[in-house]
Design a protein around this ligand. Structure first.
Ligand code: UD1
Ligand code: MG
Length: 456
């Protein structure tokens, strides 16, 4: 039955109301393209027969999905014209056609399944919902409870504007009838477009059954036409997501200022403080605390880790029992094994830290492998870049590194080395011991700062 359905996603148009140089479909809702939500839903119904009508090439190029049949709408003359142009390219005329709107991203698979099940002949089924504020949407006009037409905001009478039931844009019917009705749509004088919604009255006159299906949640049918609608929908979507997380056992301190822009998996006893952003694919184990102001992107964090305030983790794997932050920046390619403690103003990229090491203050570690039980003092830098090449640093186990130390890579430091404070390491160490640079400390007696010097 699902194989019988062609899916057409409307994604063309001028996006005028977005007031943006980026097409509406490529704006992001909680980190994902608006259009991608609709594509994902379509794929859950029928992977093979998905058609998208687009007008801006950037949409096709950015989504870059070869499994979709892309159709170009040359002149963006409205939803009626978009469907007319597309339907010519859809070969199997016997089938049903499901119309999805690219700018109605949160429709659920459940509601779509309700829509496409049990469709009898000579029927249009469409998704509608009652909104407290129906402004901007097409209104569902009923007579004796039967749908007789859809009237758009600009064409509605004062009485019709009071109708709360609105059109989602999403419907299913037979291709062959749709093709016939489309030819009968006239150019709308107010909008100077062909409106697909006009087919409802045509079908009604032809004694077709017009059946409406309601979503469980009203956010499913909300469209995005401008940036305020985008903002409002994202806020609503986030609120729902975070409420669900709270009910599943997570402590979230501030729903209004916490964003999950991607997919999050988590275990027991997760605590998220205010102003936290989770992006991409993030997997969290049990007993994890994320402090205020943290950003965590595409990372895996295992059990019993604490991410203290204002830390940023991107493409990182963090093993059990680690303490990160405050103000730590872990950049792509970083793997921190169990029981490590990384502190204030430490930046680590493309490096592996074995277990039970401490890097507590002000350090930069890049392209390095650091052993177990290593203690790194403040102001430690791996000098990994000579302007052209990146070089590696390898530090063994049980190494103690004093403060203000630089390591000029490529370099290897063996296990159990102690590096004195203020050392610049330029050669590999071969055996355990103390490494230091010889420095001369001078002492000038009776030193006084003159007034002039002091003011400089
Ligand atoms: C449309 C509906 C309205 C409904 C609302 C739900 C029509 C005439 N009106 O209004 O009843 O309540 O959606 O959100 O359909 N598009 C094209 N080619 C075009 C014009 C538009 O592909 O020439 C696409 C857009 O990318 C968008 C969809 O069609 O995905 C709807 O167009 P839009 O201009 O957003 O219509 P609305 O004013 O939102
Ligand atoms: Mg719209």
């Amino acid at each position: 039955m699902l194989d019988n359905i062609n899916i057409l996603i409307l994604a063309a148009g001028n996006s005028t109301r977005m007031k943006s140089s980026i097409p509406k479909m490529l704006h992001k809702l909680s980190g994902k393209f608006i259009l991608q939500y609709v594509i994902n839903i379509a794929k859950k119904i029928n992977k093979k027969n998905i058609f998208i009508i687009y007008s801006n090439n950037l949409v096709k190029k950015t989504i870059n999905d070869k499994n979709i049949n892309w159709i170009r709408q040359i002149e963006t003359l409205g939803t009626g014209n978009a469907i007319k142009e597309s339907i010519k390219k859809i070969k199997n005329k016997k089938n049903k056609i499901l119309i999805l709107y690219g700018d109605v991203p949160l429709i659920s698979i459940k509601t779509i399944k309700k829509l496409i099940s049990n469709i009898s002949n000579k029927t249009i089924k469409l998704i509608t919902a009652k909104l407290d504020n129906p402004y901007g949407y097409g209104r569902i006009v009923r007579k004796e409870n039967n749908v007789i037409k859809i009237v758009e905001q600009n064409n509605a009478t004062i009485e019709e504007l009071k109708i709360k039931e609105v059109n989602s844009g999403i419907f299913i019917t037979d291709i062959k009838y749709l093709k016939k009705w489309i030819k009968q749509i006239n150019l709308n004088n107010t909008k100077k477009e062909y409106l697909i919604t006009d087919i409802i009255h045509i079908a009604y006159k032809e004694k077709f059954k017009i059946i409406t299906v309601q979503p469980k949640n009203k956010i499913e049918i909300m469209g995005i036409n401008n940036k305020l609608e985008l903002y409002n929908l994202e806020k609503k979507q986030q609120k729902e997501k975070l409420k669900k997380m709270i009910l599943s056992g997570v402590i979230i301190k501030d729903i209004k200022n916490c964003y999950i822009r991607g997919k999050i998996k988590y275990g027991k006893n997760l605590v998220i403080d205010s102003n936290v952003i989770i992006e991409g694919k993030v997997t969290l184990g049990d007993n994890i605390t994320i402090g205020t102001g943290c950003i965590i992107k595409n990372s895996i964090i295992k059990n019993k880790c604490e991410i203290k305030p204002y830390s940023i983790l991107e493409d990182v794997i963090l093993y059990e029992n680690c303490s990160i932050g405050p103000f730590t920046h872990l950049r792509p390619g970083t793997i921190i094994n169990e029981s490590n403690s990384i502190g204030n103003f430490v930046e680590i990229k493309d490096s592996v830290i074995k277990s039970k090491s401490k890097i507590k203050h002000l350090s930069y570690i890049g392209n390095s492998s650091i052993g177990s039980k290593v203690n790194i003092g403040a102001f430690f830098v791996t000098c990994n870049y000579d302007g052209i090449n990146k070089s590696k640093t390898k530090i063994g186990n049980n190494v103690f590194i004093g403060s203000s130390t630089q390591i000029v890579a490529p370099i290897k430091i063996v296990d159990k080395t102690t590096i004195a404070a203020g050392t610049t390491i330029i050669e590999n160490t071969q055996t355990p011991g103390l490494i230091y640079n010889k420095k001369i400390q001078k002492h000038k007696k009776y030193w006084k700062i003159s007034k002039k010097t002091k003011n400089k």
